[in-house]
Design a protein around this ligand. Structure first.
Ligand code: SF4
Length: 462
């Protein structure tokens, strides 16, 4: 699981940036947000509401009247990290409200930390706010409690996550998210678009579309249509992506499953409406392993699909994650995955070694793979992935690319190309001619150097 930015980790960044210092007497809340970008969006929503109600935000434990810990419960290691974060917040501050995925198991939390003020589950915004009101009553001041129209964003101002749905209708055996987050619930298309429009008006230049299953967006709503800008827009990922693309920001799609209708998204990428980037969690390539995982689209001929996408949009960047050492994975199955990877030549690759998660159905499968074998397969997999990444990046040297600037200091500018999602992919570094650049700027660079995962370049225009 990715870590959220330091702004949401008082334990990691005591001097972190948070908007709005507290005025005397203003109730103040701290937040520790763990887990994936979806949890980060929940944290942002909670804090947006609290700011609207007149609370200030504290970047450290000492300045907060209470601390919210937004937990992750995806893997046992994430659960342990969540419990540790709760313990730390209790000892540093004392008033702690727990929310997020692990909040679906209140006894697990109160068993370890009986003094927490309240435990609420994932996306229970109202309950979190009630718990905050009980612990630290609001003190509204209508003259100063102005919320920016775009809400409070804890990601840098130039990019923002946009959550389009919650929950998942699948039952992958290794995953407990549907038990924690429930079945798919898509937001109405016009609500997503309104939020996106406000974000863009507020200075956001890149929208990161997230959900548990982005390509299933709107299935639960039977793809109903909502009025938008004098016409109608369906709650369907193709229609939503097209409209998002018209807002003028970069639009990056995460967690897209390889259903056949994903093909309809690729022309939008070729047209430049949506970034030519697909984050598509394949998890494995052997049909038997995929069946044992109970993956959606297990029977899809993914190599054929990938070839078709590349035909329509040759520049497309494909990112994916995989699990090695899944119960019952034979050397043959693993070798199929490696061969598939050689052929698919994905651009960005993450890989986990399988681990049991409390409550997951895969725990009961026979033939668990020994730890040493998992490690050995992971090493082989990552060596291949690294070589492919290196070769693909080397081929970009000499070319020109548009980049977005994430940060600038005395030594240079850290940027991303269209192929790089924040926090999970590589960077393009500019170490000469970067004076005058600011976060959020977009410019064209000529790539002059490449490593395994990153690029270097020099500005050649805006
Ligand atoms: S698609 Fe599978 S892995 Fe993804 S959230 Fe749903 S059940 Fe979990």
């Amino acid at each position: 699981m990715s870590q959220n930015p330091p702004e949401l980790r008082p334990d990691l960044a005591p001097a972190a940036r948070l908007e709005g210092a507290a005025r005397p007497g203003q109730p103040t809340i701290g937040m520790v947000s763990l887990g994936c970008p979806k949890a980060l969006v929940d944290s942002e929503r909670i804090l947006t509401r609290l700011r609207a109600e007149g609370y200030a935000l504290s970047p450290d434990y000492a300045g907060a009247d209470a601390v919210i810990v937004n937990t992750c419960g995806f893997l046992d290691s994430a659960k342990a990290e969540s419990l540790e974060a709760i313990g730390e917040a209790l000892s540093e501050n004392g008033r702690v409200i727990v929310t997020g995925c692990l909040g679906a198991e209140p006894d697990y939390i109160t068993g370890a930390h009986p003094t927490v003020q309240a435990v609420t589950g994932p996306h229970q915004y109202e309950q979190v706010l009630d718990a905050v009101h009980a612990a630290v009553p609001p003190a509204p001041d209508p003259f100063v409690d102005l919320v920016p129209a775009s809400g409070v964003s804890l990601t840098p101002r130039h990019y923002s996550y946009l959550k389009i749905s919650e929950g998942c209708n699948h039952k992958c055996r290794f995953c407990v998210i549907p038990d924690m987050r429930g079945r798919l619930q898509s937001r109405p298309a016009h609500a997503v678009l309104r939020e996106a429009e406000k974000l863009v008006e507020g200075g956001v230049r890149e929208l990161l579309v997230i959900s548990q299953d982005t390509s299933a967006y709107g299935v639960d709503r039977k793809h109903d249509a909502q009025p938008w800008k004098g016409g109608d827009v369906r709650s369907h990922i193709t229609d939503l992506s097209r409209e998002l693309g018209r807002l003028g920001a970069w639009v990056r799609l995460h967690y897209v499953y390889p259903y056949p209708h994903v093909r309809e998204l690729i022309p939008l990428m070729a047209e430049g409406l949506v970034l030519p980037y697909l984050d598509i969690p394949f998890q494995h390539a052997h049909p038997d392993t995929l069946r044992r995982m109970a993956r959606p689209a297990a029977a899809a001929r993914t190599l054929d699909e990938i070839a078709r996408w590349r035909e329509i949009c040759p520049d497309i960047t494909l990112r994916s994650t995989f699990i090695v050492g899944y119960p019952g994975e034979t050397e043959d199955e693993f070798q199929t995955l490696l061969d598939w990877l050689e052929e698919a030549r994905l651009d960005r690759i993450g890989c986990f070694q399988y681990e049991n998660v409390a409550g997951a159905r895969s725990n009961a499968l026979p033939d668990h793979v020994p730890e040493a074998v998992k490690q050995e397969r992971w090493d082989r997999f990552m060596q291949t992935a690294q070589r492919i990444s290196e070769e693909k990046l080397a081929a970009r040297v000499g070319g020109r690319e548009q980049v977005i600037v994430d940060s600038v200091d005395d030594e240079g500018a850290v940027c991303r190309t269209k192929s790089d999602a924040p926090e999970i992919d590589g960077n393009l570094f500019i170490d000469e001619g970067f004076k005058g650049l600011s976060p959020g700027d977009m410019l064209t660079v000529e790539v002059d150097e490449a490593s395994d995962y990153d690029l270097w370049g020099r500005p050649v225009g805006s």
